[in-house]
Write a protein that binds this ligand. Sequence first.
Ligand code: ZN
Ligand code: ZN
Ligand code: ZN
Ligand code: ZN
Length: 228
Amino acid sequence: MSSNKQSRGACEFCNKSMTRGGLTKHFSSCSQYKEKVEAANQKRGKEETIYHLQINDAWQKDFWLHLEMKGSAKLIDLDDYLRAIWLECCGHLSQFSIGDWIQEEEIPMKTPVAKVFQLGMDLLHTYDFGTSSETRVKVITQRKGKMLTKNPIYLMARNEIPKATCIDCENDASWLCLECLHEYEQPGFLCDDHRNKHPHDNYGEPIRLVNSPRMGMCAYDGPAEPPY
Ligand SMILES: [Zn+2]
Ligand SMILES: [Zn+2]
Ligand SMILES: [Zn+2]
Ligand SMILES: [Zn+2]
């Protein structure tokens, strides 16, 4: 599912399509974003530190998110969010740790993120200690003010679903055969037509491709939708 071209995604505010790195710099100059922030800051309520996070799958660089998160929210809010948008299959254990490796310091899930986050810091999120999904969380910037919604996390951008080509023709694929993937070391991507003609069923029917780096791992089958 990877190609040499960097995956792109649209800014939630102005709809411009950019790479992950382009978006990292974009928000500070996006006038639509700034307008929303100013409007939010006019509302009642306490100001707090709000963090801009860049999140990516540790191994599949096509999968990334840009999130805003409020400092009084807890790590478990981010864990819940990542499970909903990318990871949840069978309720596996997960943890956050500082640095590159899960053996390093684990941070309790109930910790408010303002106690953990520092500019430029990298956190590792591990979901499932068997077939593990590893996600990197980088703290890009922070602002003092109010969230754009009542939720602890706001989705500012995510990658578009990577294009996949059917293994039996040149058409775009929207299905994945797990038997191809696990038994025959093939990508296993199938178009609608070839999905119906595909002979493999030892891993069940081909599953629909969704916008998640956990595709093909454990029992994951989507839906890869944000929780709010
Ligand atoms: Zn924008
Ligand atoms: Zn699972
Ligand atoms: Zn096909
Ligand atoms: Zn197959």
